[in-house]
Design a protein around this ligand. Structure first.
Ligand code: ADP
Length: 251
């Protein structure tokens, strides 16, 4: 369980996350939605300690994030950031191997090799694992980054815009992988996602943010309503119910 209590962040005069209090259910897929600039990335960055919060507390399995040692936190929680720049010349396999660093400090054991191979297979990069990452397409690099997160094999997985650069096939594949991580392996996944229909189709819970605050949070079926979408994104949509799933028609 991740628990946020009155968490705030400001950049200069601007409050970008404003006293957010929310429990994030363990063993579920929670999607964070909302317009650009709502504070979604900042919220994820604070949970993963990539940026410090100004006020409030964030508990992961009961321990405030300040009390987690970096090495221990890296075994508990992994994070896929939005943009990744590398100055090192690395192969895909070497990059994915970094996911095992918190456990082995670079000395890969048999279990590591197994997880690395499995992660590469899951994202469809096994065949080109020895290719250098500076030769990859945006979508391939994104999948390599995801494989690194999978290899880290943590209870909590934070993903910021994981569908960035992915075509329809790989978007569906990745969402299926994420669902399997939750349903089959008991992982807790929190993901920022722009495509409202991917969020609605795959997530258990939604957190809708607007102007640094939580506008609405709860199970998908409760949050995806015409009025909520209008209030969150300021657009008129139609919400369709099909085979028990919600679809937002926005064009
Ligand atoms: P979202 O992920 O919902 O698009 P962000 O968390 O990225 O929103 O950003 C929220 C607000 O905080 C935006 O107005 C953004 O410009 C601002 N912001 C984010 N990071 C920084 C930073 N490092 N310095 C100054 N302002 C920032």
């Amino acid at each position: 369980m991740i628990d946020l209590n009155q968490v705030s962040k400001r950049y200069k005069e601007k409050i970008v996350v404003d006293s957010v209090t929310i429990p994030i259910e363990k063993g579920k897929l929670t999607a964070c939605i909302g317009p650009n600039g709502a504070g979604k990335t900042t919220l994820l960055e604070m949970v993963s300690r990539l940026v410090p919060k100004d006020t409030g507390e964030i508990y992961i399995d009961g321990g405030e994030i300040k009390s987690w040692k970096p090495g221990e936190l890296a075994k508990k929680l992994s994070v896929l950031k939005q943009s990744n720049k590398f100055s090192m010349r690395l192969t895909i396999k070497e990059l994915v191997s970094f996911g095992r660093f918190p456990y082995t400090k670079g000395r890969l054991n048999a279990h590591c090799h197994e997880l690395i191979e499995q992660s590469l297979n899951q994202v469809g990069l096994f065949e080109i694992a020895d290719q250098y990452i500076d030769t990859l397409s945006g979508g391939q690099l994104q999948r390599a980054m995801i494989a690194m997160v999978l290899a880290q094999d943590t209870d909590y997985i934070l993903l910021d815009e994981p569908l960035n650069n992915l075509d329809m096939k790989y978007s569906v594949q990745l969402m299926d992988i994420i669902r399997k991580l939750v349903d089959g392996f008991g992982k807790t996944v929190i993901t920022v996602i722009h495509d409202i229909n991917f969020a609605a189709a795959y997530a258990d819970n939604l957190i809708a943010m607007k102007e640094g605050e939580i506008f609405a949070a709860g199970p998908v079926e409760k949050i995806i309503t015409q009025q909520n979408i209008k209030n969150i994104f300021d657009i008129d949509v139609e919400v369709i119910d099909r085979k028990g799933k919600k679809f937002v028609m926005y064009y």
